[in-house]
Design a protein around this ligand. Sequence first.
Ligand code: SF4
Length: 281
Amino acid sequence: MPTAQRKAAKSSGAKKSALKPKSSAKASAKKTSAAKSGAAKTSATNATGVKPKPGYNPVAPERVQEILARLDRLYPGATCALTHKNAWELLVATILSAQCTDATVNKVTPMIFSKYPTPQAFAAITPEQLEPDIRPTGFFRNKAKSVVGAAKEVVANFGGEVPNDMEKLLSLPGVARKTANVVLGTWFKLGVGVVVDTHVHRISRRLELTKSNDARNIEQDLMKVIPQARWIDYAHLIIHHGRALCIARKPKCADCGLETLCHAADKTWSTVEIHKDATPA
Ligand code: SF4
């Protein structure tokens, strides 16, 4: 937590009820648990004893803008962490990144792009030939089928160029909206949707920007509340936040610049009321 914010919390009287040293993780966990049960029992009070603000709207434009502004400050220049030199490489890397870390993908891709430098080169091999090279990324049989299948379609239907069109991208084997949005947003700079990966799913729910629980509906909800000009950035920022602080288990709320805006039910530290429905899933 920023020093100024910590001082503000202390002086506002939150100290006794909520502000805890980071080292007292056990005590914090108990506090959060108590906060959750308290929130479940009544909406009149909360973990800090502060009454909920009447008319609270989690998707109010000013709140969304503040979330984006704070994320901008926390992660300036956040962008896609997958190493790539062109749209095809980004497409392949994104397919390989399913259920796998970007770091592992980045270890595998330089070798496979050196071995098969173009979509045509991938289209000329069988999935079985590719499997050993991408094995570290997991689910390698399905991923090999998707990559080789996508290469064949790109060569046969799109002249060897990855299309910059959602529908055409979705026609490629192994490409769903998340992958298509990554390629369109990061490479082509076309914000036609919002990437919904595991971080965007979890954190958008914690921040009450969506109540949905499936990627398609979450994307639709986010497209309604986030200005279109920020659709691409939002995912990059949230993915960075999910890796740095807002991790799946035991998010580092005491260090989080969004803490005063966040009412997530599974917060590990809080100066604001807890909302029992603001859960990761
Ligand atoms: S306060 Fe905690 S749960 Fe909320 S966004 Fe920050 S790290 Fe995530």
